[in-house]
Design a protein around this ligand. Structure first.
Ligand SMILES: Cc1cc2nc3c(=O)[nH]c(=O)nc-3n(C[C@H](O)[C@H](O)[C@H](O)COP(=O)(O)OP(=O)(O)OC[C@H]3O[C@@H](n4cnc5c(N)ncnc54)[C@H](O)[C@@H]3O)c2cc1C
Length: 390
């Protein structure tokens, strides 16, 4: 048996399972996060601002729409996309949310369901960070039940007239284009609504205690006239938006591992330095059990997401497999962040340390893209064949 020193944040040596290209992606995004993201996130969180100058920098690194081939996108595999999310969220869930929305919820549907003209117009600009997108599915009366959407569009000659509103939309007030899902007589359709179209308004949701470095807002549509050329031609059922959510949820399952790693890292350092009753608190049995439990949860999350990524790259991914990882990994990360906050004692409530920021962020991450209950019901349906949502 070798006495090899294990990496506390990677006990099963996931790194050795990665290809050379995947390691390169992980390390270059990791360096960017260490140098450019972590130093400014505490202040950005306290001031409740999205550090917008980072958009050009993540674009320069090829992190926007990174899974798309062509259209000035990087064409990376799914594991690389996961590693990007993990490293970004080690910095802050807000920046990872920006990249997830732009990549999985806006560029993905334009690429998967859009016309060639729509792809040419939007994808290269979005990859370069010159155009920002948002994704409007949730409505105020209940995000878990998107089939009950009230936002609707009617044909009027060659155009469509869109009415309704969307709530809790990431990037709402900074988006150049919103991919909006609306009910029509022909089913659920996706509309690319541009920021200066008459009748389209946005409003920021202020005073959030979570995801304070990310912009969240509402979208309002009052008889917005939309040309047929701005309707996504490739889909007219709820499968359209749900397909986007599968992409984004996959990335989130990786992302939250980064937040959990940042919390374990801080808890390890703090409990080693903190001397109580004449010894570092890390040397007590009960503290070691708590730290071990964090490592167990991180390791199982890493294994789930890596396996999921390999399945996705084979093109065999099922949405219920993504639900299992999103549920497990968000729950694990949130529990780790809450416990790390407690391990730091009073210091744990200070913005000087990362756990409370990650903990507050993860309260959003466990809710958006399907709450824990929704993912449990997706898996229940997979196991029993019975839809128990209603
Ligand atoms: C910071 C942030 C950013 C977001 N960004 C976006 C975005 O960019 N685009 C977008 O479209 N949406 C976005 N959302 C919305 C998000 O996806 C929804 O909040 C989420 O789907 C839950 O919807 P809801 O908040 O309306 O909760 P509800 O659907 O009202 O759920 C309330 C509670 O009921 C539970 N519940 C639901 N159904 C059942 C059931 N069948 N049985 C038992 N319990 C049930 C839920 O688990 C939850 O605990 C964002 C949300 C946040 C917080």
């Amino acid at each position: 048996m070798s006495a090899k020193q294990l990496d506390p944040l990677d006990l099963y040596d996931i790194r050795s399972e990665l290809s050379e290209d995947e390691v390169m992606v992980k390390d270059s995004v990791g360096r960017f996060v260490d140098d450019r993201v972590i130093p400014l996130m505490q202040e950005a969180f306290e001031k409740h601002v999205f550090p917008r100058h980072l958009v050009a920098e993540v674009a320069e690194l090829g992190l926007l729409g990174s899974s798309i081939e062509g259209y000035d996108c990087a064409g990376l595999n799914s594991v690389s996309y996961g590693l990007i999310c993990q490293e970004l969220e080690r910095g802050d869930s807000g920046l990872r949310s920006f990249v997830s929305v732009q990549s999985s919820l806006v560029m993905y549907p334009i690429h998967a369901y859009g016309s060639e003209e729509q792809k040419q117009r939007w994808l290269p600009a979005m990859a370069r960070g010159e155009a920002i997108g948002c994704f409007g599915l949730t409505e105020a009366h209940g995000g878990s039940d998107p089939g009950n959407m009230k936002t609707h569009a009617k044909r009027d000659g060659d155009d469509w007239i869109l009415n309704g509103s969307k709530m809790w939309i990431t990037n709402a007030t900074i988006a150049d284009a919103a991919v909006v899902w609306a009910m029509t007589e022909e089913g659920v359709k996706g509309f690319i609504v541009e920021k200066d179209m008459p009748g389209f308004e946005t409003q920021e949701i202020e005073n959030k205690f979570s995801l304070r470095t990310s912009i969240t807002g509402a979208l309002f549509f009052d008889n917005v006239r939309i040309p047929e050329a701005s309707v996504l031609p490739g889909v007219s059922t709820l499968k359209g938006p749900l397909g986007c959510l599968t992409q984004a949820r996959y990335g989130i399952s990786w992302g939250v591992i980064g937040a959990a790693q940042a919390c374990l890292d801080e808890a390890l350092r703090y409990s080693e330095d903190r001397v109580l009753f004449d010894r570092p608190v890390a040397h007590t049995q009960s503290m070691q059990i708590r730290l071990a439990d964090m490592a167990r949860r991180i390791t199982t999350s890493q294994l789930l997401s890596l396996r999921l990524g390999r399945i996705k790259d084979k093109g065999e991914l099922s949405p219920s497999q993504v639900s299992l990882a999103k549920w497990n990994n968000c729950r694990a990360a949130l529990d780790i962040a809450r416990d790390a906050r407690d391990i730091l004692g009073a210091a744990g409530i200070s913005a000087e340390y990362v756990p409370i920021r990650h903990m507050l962020n993860l309260e959003s991450v466990i809710t958006y893209e399907g709450t824990e209950t929704i993912h449990q019901l997706v898996i229940g349906q997979e196991l029993t064949g019975v839809n128990a949502f209603g």
